[in-house]
Design a protein. Structure first.
Ligand SMILES: [Zn+2]
Ligand SMILES: [Zn+2]
Length: 328
C-alpha cells in the first residue's frame, strides 16, 4: 500500500503537514489554504545544477508565501534561486503566488496553453464566466446560482490576470541543469492540466489528476466540446502505464501503488456513473441540478455547504455529459 508519510497522517488528522524531502533534491511542501475545506495544497521543489524548479504555487496570501519561503530556506536556498515556475493547472490554489514568485526571482512561469488565462479569456471568458455558464446549463434556480457564484468568488482569488511566459506541450522535455522533466498533458480535472514525469527518479508530479483517497473533481462543462470525465479517464489510464514508483499529488499525500489507486478511482467512477444513469433513466430530461439533488453525496444534502454543493453539481454535470455523449 501507500508509503507511510508525515503528509498521510497530517491528511488524516486534518492538519497541514510539514515540508518533506521526498527523494534526493525533491521536496514536497504543503501550503495552507486558509478558508478552504481542502486545507492545503502541496507544491514541489526540485533542485538542479543552477537552482530550483518550483511546481505550483498556493493562494496569493502571506500564509502561503511564508510557508513556501521557509521551506526554501530549510532546503538551503532562497526564493531568488528559483529559476523556473511550472504550473500543473490554473486553479487558484496552484497559481496564486506565481506572480509574486516571478517578481522575487525573475523565474519565468509556464503552463499548458489551454489553462493560460491570457489565451482562454478571449475564447471562454474568465473562470467565473465559465462557472456561471456551467451552472446555467445545469439549470440551477437563479437565486442558488447567484449565491454559489458569489461564495466561490469569496473563497479564492482566481488570478485571472496572470500573464504566463511560456507554454508547455504534451511530450515536451524540459531540461534544467542535470534535471529532466517530461510534460504529460493529463486533462480532466482542468482542460490544460499537465503532470511532470521525472524518468530518472521514476516519479510523477501529478497535480490534481489523481488522489490517493476519494474522488477527483472534474473540470467545468461550460462549452459544447467539454467532456472532462472522458478526459480524466484517459489521463488516469495513461498514468497507470507510466514507468514510475512514486506519485506526488497536489493534495493529500504521495503514494507508490499507482496502478491500484487508478483502478480504485476508475472503479468508483464507474459506480457513480451507473447511479447517475439510473436516475436519468427514471427522469428523462432531468437537469444536472436535479440529478445532483437525487444522488448520494455521503451526507444529507441539507448539511452540505455551498462549496460542497458546487463541487457536487460540477461532478454531476460531468457525469451527465459523459453519459449523454455515450448514449449515441
Ligand atoms: Zn485543481
Ligand atoms: Zn488543487
Amino acid at each position: 500500500m501507500s508509503v507511510p508519510t508525515v503528509h498521510r497522517s497530517a491528511f488524516h488528522n486534518r492538519e497541514v503537514g510539514a515540508a518533506e524531502l521526498v527523494r534526493d533534491g525533491v521536496w514536497a511542501v504543503p501550503l495552507p489554504l486558509t478558508g478552504s475545506p481542502v486545507l492545503s495544497v502541496i507544491v514541489h521543489l526540485l533542485r538542479h545544477d543552477d537552482g530550483l524548479v518550483l511546481v505550483d504555487a498556493g493562494y496569493p496570501d502571506d500564509a502561503c508565501w511564508e510557508t513556501l519561503t521557509a521551506a526554501i530556506a530549510a532546503a538551503g536556498f532562497g526564493v531568488g534561486d528559483i529559476t523556473h515556475l511550472l504550473l500543473t493547472h490554473n486553479h487558484p490554489d496552484h497559481i496564486g503566488l506565481a506572480a509574486r514568485v516571478r517578481e522575487a526571482s525573475g523565474a519565468p512561469i509556464a503552463i499548458h496553453p489551454l489553462d493560460a488565462f491570457q489565451l482562454q479569456r478571449p475564447l471562454r471568458g474568465t473562470f467565473f464566466d465559465q462557472l456561471e455558464r456551467e451552472l446555467r446549463l445545469a439549470r440551477l434556480p437563479a437565486d442558488v446560482l447567484a449565491e454559489m457564484v458569489d461564495s466561490s468568488r469569496r473563497l479564492a482569488a482566481h488570478s485571472d490576470d496572470l500573464l504566463v511566459d511560456d507554454f508547455l506541450a504534451d511530450g515536451q522535455l524540459l531540461r534544467f541543469g542535470g534535471l529532466e522533466l517530461e510534460v504529460l498533458w493529463t486533462p480532466g480535472h482542468a482542460r490544460g492540466h499537465v503532470s511532470l514525469l521525472d524518468r530518472a527518479r521514476r516519479l510523477l508530479i501529478g497535480g490534481d489528476v489523481i488522489l490517493p483517497e476519494g474522488e477527483v473533481q472534474v473540470g467545468l462543462v461550460s462549452d459544447e466540446d467539454d467532456d472532462p470525465v472522458a478526459q480524466l479517464r484517459d489521463s488516469l489510464r495513461r498514468i497507470a502505464a507510466l514507468p514510475i514508483d512514486l506519485l506526488l499529488p497536489g493534495h493529500q499525500y504521495r503514494f507508490d501503488d499507482v496502478a491500484t489507486v487508478v483502478a480504485r478511482t476508475l472503479g468508483e467512477q464507474d459506480a457513480r456513473l451507473a447511479r447517475a444513469a439510473e436516475v436519468l433513466a427514471r427522469r428523462p430530461g432531468a437537469s444536472a441540478w436535479e440529478l445532483t439533488t437525487q444522488l448520494d453525496w455521503g451526507r444529507p444534502w441539507e448539511r452540505i455547504g455551498l462549496t460542497g454543493r458546487r463541487f457536487a453539481v460540477m461532478q454531476a454535470m460531468g457525469w451527465q455529459r459523459y453519459l449523454e455523449r455515450r448514449a449515441g
